[in-house]
Design a protein around this ligand. Structure first.
Ligand SMILES: [Zn+2]
Length: 502
């Protein structure tokens, strides 16, 4: 997630295109999308790699009921977990990110630079009330183990490597009135990071990082999701999983091999839909013109990145207009795009934001990384991919013009303190520095790699995506793979760009 950017004059280099929006056509497209999903017949089959990737993964069966009058989402969750670690486990850790919204002191949206935009009517608390936490049908002891109550330790009888069990719980998720990736705002229930997910286990322990306000602290393994959603009549749900409507007010769908599941449930929305390759792209916005514009941008981005970095794996991609003071936020098969990006005078900004967020489908969703400790590993790759998108679609002049603003200028900016692109997100205290260092200077690393590698950075990133699809990749694995792929020693270059103060 990133703050909105200032004006980007890349269009000057390519000449402004006219956006011909035919409202009737868009309205018909919206109706067609609704009919397709209503019947379920329009959802393409998943890409070739998805069924194989889904085998043996943790399984989440999730029943959701949106209760607008109570500003709440009732969740019933059954997690079939197999101990895939090499350790004997006596507890699991569940990430309960929504609990950070209980208090101003811990809410990521209460950061001073965000507060007024996120809480225009004052602070509004959110959080989870848990019930019936059970392991294999027996009540399981549980307690929060970090300061903002976003990590829940659940005691279980010994679970040896390879053994499986079932975790069940119900909870009432109180959704804050908050213009954020998690919150109700502008007639939409923006439900990112609301579902409790298992944390990641490594080096003999479960991760329990707190919810830092800058960047995206979420790290999770791919899993299979089976979802049902109940919402009031007339509501329009967008979801990481394609959700065909079963009957009025009830939807059901699956999402295999994904590392999270997010929803935007609108009181009212226009929907535009179209195909990019075999992917059904769905765009949700306030009116059909807006929905169609974002749809076209998402289709172009999907086509460009599929050609550059390999096949997009999921059957659908949903692009959701969101009320928050950010450019966008990525989830598997779904991205939220900030409402200001849809302003008519910002069509370039919308296109670039959609391109950046769509690139996350490759670098975050498909190839996961440690977003808390190594944020460059998805953000810098997506900024670079966005620049490549511009180059592919609009030519070298546009690429160079945008590269100056998004990568060259950040290299010359003064950033106080000792921040480098290799710093963890907890080192940052404002979005300006985060954007300059992680996005800008991080993208400069990829541009340097593009010069360094005989076959260029795109071919490397395609090979990287193929090698690590559906996995979590550490910085060391990235580095080792880069050196093995190129037959060169790229480590000094990484050190120079990621860890060296300017
Ligand atoms: Zn990003």
């Amino acid at each position: 997630m990133e703050r909105k950017r200032c004006i980007i004059p890349w269009a000057l280099a390519r000449g402004r295109r006219t956006a011909a929006l035919v409202c009737l056509a868009a309205a018909l497209a919206g109706l067609a999308a609704w009919l397709l999903l209503r019947g379920g017949g329009g959802i393409p089959s998943p890409g070739k790699g998805l069924p194989a990737a889904a085998e043996g993964l943790t399984d989440y069966r999730v029943e959701l009921r949106l209760l607008p009058e109570e500003s709440a989402l009732a969740i019933s969750e059954t997690i079939q977990y197999r101990n895939g670690t090499s350790s004997t486990l006596d507890h699991l850790v569940l990430r309960t990110w929504l609990n950070a919204f209980q208090k101003e002191e811990t809410s990521p949206a209460a950061l001073e630079e965000l507060y007024d935009a996120c809480y225009p009517e004052g602070f509004s608390p959110g959080g989870l009330a848990l019930y019936n936490v059970e392991w294999n049908g027996q009540a399981a002891n549980h307690e929060f183990v970090n300061g903002d109550e976003t990590a829940l330790n659940i005691s279980i009888p010994t679970l040896e490597p390879g053994e499986s069990g079932t975790l069940f719980f119900r909870c009432l998720a109180k959704i804050p009135h908050c213009a954020y990736r998690t919150g109700y705002a502008g007639g939409c229930w923006q439900l990112g990071n609301v579902l409790p997910l298992l944390s990641v286990y490594g080096d003999g322990e479960w991760r329990t990082d707190e919810y830092t306000p800058i960047g995206d602290p979420f790290v999770s393994e791919c899993a299979n999701f089976h979802v049902t959603l109940e919402a009031p009549e007339g509501y329009v749900p967008a979801c990481s999983a394609a959700l065909p409507r079963e009957k009025e007010g009830r939807w059901q769908g699956d999402l295999p091999a994904a590392r999270d599941l997010a929803l935007c449930v609108y009181e009212r929305a226009a929907v535009a839909q179209g195909k990019a390759g075999n992917t059904l792209v769905l765009s949700y916005a306030a009116d059909s013109g807006e929905a169609k514009r974002a749809l076209e941008d998402a289709k172009k981005a999907l086509e460009t990145f599929s050609a550059l970095y390999g096949e997009y794996p999921y059957p659908t991609l949903s692009v959701c207009k969101a009320d928050f003071p950010f450019g966008g936020m990525e989830y598997p098969a779904l991205c939220m795009i900030g409402k200001d990006q849809y302003l008519a005078e910002k069509s370039d900004s919308l296109e670039l934001t959609v391109a950046h967020e769509t690139a996350h489908q490759w670098f975050y969703a498909l190839v996961g990384s440690d977003q808390a400790l190594s944020p460059w590993q998805d953000e810098a790759l997506c900024e670079y991919a966005m620049l490549r998108y511009v180059g592919k679609r609009y030519g070298q002049g546009s690429f160079e013009a945008l590269k100056y603003y998004r990568a060259d200028a950040p290299m010359m900016e003064h950033v106080p303190g000792s921040l480098t692109p290799g710093s963890p997100i907890s080192y940052y205290n404002n979005y300006q520095d985060y954007r300059t260092v992680v996005y800008g200077r991080g993208a400069a690393l990829l541009l340097a790699l593009d010069d360094f590698l005989p076959g260029g950075a795109d071919a490397f990133l395609k090979a990287y995506g193929k090698e690590f699809a559906f996995r979590l990749v550490s910085r060391k694995q990235f580095e080792d793979f880069l050196n093995a792929y190129s037959g060169l020693d790229a480590s000094p270059l990484l050190l120079d760009y990621l860890d060296t103060l300017m």
